[in-house]
Structures are given as structure tokens and as C-alpha cells.
Design a protein around this ligand. Sequence first.
Ligand SMILES: *Cc1c(COP(=O)(O)O)cnc(C)c1O
Ligand code: SF4
Length: 441
Amino acid sequence: MQEAIRIARNHMEAREEEHQEWEGLPSWKDWRWQLEHTIRDPETVEAILGVRFTDDERRVVTETIRRFPMAVTPYYLSLVDPEKWREDPILRQAFPHGDELKISRCDMTDPLCEDTDSPVPGITHRYPDRVLFHVSNVCAMYCRHCTRKRKVGDVDSVPSRMQIQKGLAYIRSHPEVRDVLLSGGDPLMLPDDTLDWLLGELRAIDHVEIIRIGSRIPVVLPYRITDGLIRVLSRHGVIWLNTHFNHPNEMTDSACRALERLALAGVVLGNQSVLLRGVNDCPRIMKSLVQRLVRNRVRPYYLYQCDLSEGLEHFRTPVGKGIEIMENLRGHTSGFAVPTYVIDAPGGGGKIPVMPNYLVSWSSDKVILRNYEGVITTYRMPEESGNTCDLDCANCRLQLDLDNPREFKAVGISMLLSDHQKDITLTPENLERVRRREVAQ
Ligand SMILES: *Cc1c(COP(=O)(O)O)cnc(C)c1O
Ligand code: SF4
């Protein structure tokens, strides 16, 4: 371990200048070396970061590790900024926090009912046409915010080929399953030949049209994306891979190279982030993350509200923070850089999209919408489907006998909904877009 600490320290320090030299170290870039030197105790973290925990901190961390084990690759730990380690978004995702032992009133051990909705061990069948298939319980790193904390790191429940066989049998006998999502743990922790076998078995099932993999490997162990793995992944037709970047600091040269190799091998890349307090609960961080993802051929897919799993309370943000982030993305940057913000419904209801309200109001023949700039506009339905009003109450079939129908002057949104006024938008003053037009003229 001493050697590993030395290499990791050098790597971390070199990053600030030019780290080509350390990138060139054969052992550092060997994913097996990384896994053999997985960091599992606070003392090694201290040694690598060159920091000292207080006795109290060390005691709390040791206690937390007993309940939820710790595992970090030297690579991922080397991304921590030792100057600001206490606030570091990388360390927060990797290093135990005493708050994990606080069980809040609403915490649940299986908030998403992945076990209850499981017809055979390893399969969660929630949606009509697709299943989640847990094929591994090991991860290169144990994320502190993991929703499957209760399982990950539990060596006894590593699925055997036998168990995977049972899952495959279930999929074979359910022709409605056209999409299989390999998950875990991390499926890319399986040996190449097991993965090759599994993908081959799935591809051989006629009704399985889509195979996808959920993996954090490109983030925490990019060196695992070897030539061998690429060969396996490119041998079985179209594979979709959703990875899990949460912060722009994770998008290192090594990570981006791993993404490039996957993309060039034809793997379709997406990203799922979790909204985490103290890590990425900021519109600017999220915007920079999604833009970097897109630059690296990764389509932001979901932004998850943090689940109600045990010990995650300190990571949870108000839903309003997520909506604020979405408000700062939609319209402000490329449409395909905008993920869908979802709450995975407690009780197994599945993912529910949540977003700012763009539909402001509607009537039988119009909808009133607002855009990201605050412009309120009107969209007219194809056919008049309700009672249109020309303010001629005397001749209206609804027989309203008003003395002076003209006293009804619509304003604001009701004006947009009305049939007798011609305005179709409400526009805030001093819009940059409008000013640009004026300049252009
Ligand atoms: C997320 C999830 C899926 C996949 O959902 P998509 O919205 O299609 O990405 C499938 N099954 C389960 C149990 C899930 O949690
Ligand atoms: S990689 Fe995924 S499954 Fe593994 S610990 Fe992290 S969040 Fe959990």
C-alpha cells in the first residue's frame, strides 16, 4: 500500500502541472492495479491527501464504515483538491460522512420497491416493456449517495452465473420485455468473458430489442475501458450505456478518453446524474457538466432527485433546487444538453418527470404558454371546440343579460385566452432578444 500511496500522491500533485509523466505509469493506468489498491480506510485517505482528521472525525468515519463500507479507487481519490478537501465534491461522493448513520423519519430500506417488484432474484419488472437486471453487486467505488447502499458491498449477494441464468430465463419467457437494462452494482465489473456470454445470451433472445448498461466505470475507473472490453461491447449489436457523472471535475482527460473509445466503438452514451447537496446543487455547475458531457458525445438523460434510501438525508435537496436547475438549462443551452429531471416515486411508481410550469393556462380553444424568457404566448387549437365569445351577449346562446357587456375587459392571461382581443403575447420589458432585433435593423 505504501507504494500505492506514493503513486497516488504523485499523481495528484502532478495534476496541477502536467501529468503526462504519471499517466505514463503502467501501474496507474492498469484497472486491476487500481482495484487491488482500492482505498478502504480513513488512514490511507489521510496519507494520500496529506490531511489529518480529528480524533472525532476518525471515530465517526470508522463507525460509518462498519455499516456502509467504503471503497474508492486511487484514481478517483486523486481528483480531490487537497487544499479544499472538506468541501470537495469528489470526496463527498466517496468518503463516509457521519450523517449516513442518521435514519430520518421518511427513510426506507427499499424506497423504490426493487425487491418487491422482483419476480425472480435480480430482476425488477416495473414497466410494461423493460426490466432492470442486477448482474453484479460490486462497484469500483461505493458512492456514498448510492440508492442501493443496503446491497452494494455485500459480498454474499454477488450473483452467480446460476442466478443470472434465472434472470435470463425470466426474460426469455416474457416476450413483452423488449428492453433490458443491466445494472448492479456495476455490470462492467464483470470479467470480459462473463459480460461477453451475458450479452450474447441476451442478443439471442428475439424479443430483446434494446440492451443497455448502467455503469459508473467511466467516472471512477476509466482505465477499465480496455481494448478487450471494447471488443466485447462492439460484438453484440447496438449497446446503450448510461454512465453517472455528477460534477464537471469528474470529466478528466482519462474519463473523456474512455468515453471517446466507447463512442467510437458504437456504444450510444447517456448520463444520469443525481442531484446532491454540496456536490452539484447549483445551476452553473450543472450547466457546465451537461455542456462538457455533450462535447464528449454523451447525451444527458436523467437528473434524479435523491431517493429516500437510508442515510441519504444529508444529500437531499429541496425539489425546488432541481426545478431551478431545469429553469436555468431549458432555452439557455442546447436542447439535447438538457436532461429530464425525475423523482423516482417511493413505492415503486417509477420515474416521474418534474419541471417548471410552461403551460400557464388554457381554454377550450387556446393554450397559454410561457418561454424561458418569461414571454407569455398563445397557441390556438386547430378547431374551435368550445364557445367562442365576441362579447355580443345579447345574441349569445348562453343568455347572459348584462347591462354593459363591454365592461368586461380582459387583462393579463385572461386577455390572451379571450377571443375578442388580438394580442397573443405578454412580453417583459427590455428583453435581450428584442433588443438584438432592434440593433440588427
Ligand atoms: C429506471 C428504470 C427503468 C428504465 O426506465 P427508463 O425511463 O426507460 O430509462 C426500468 N426499470 C426500472 C425498475 C427502473 O428503475
Ligand atoms: S456505481 Fe452506482 S450502484 Fe455502484 S455504488 Fe455508485 S451509485 Fe451505487
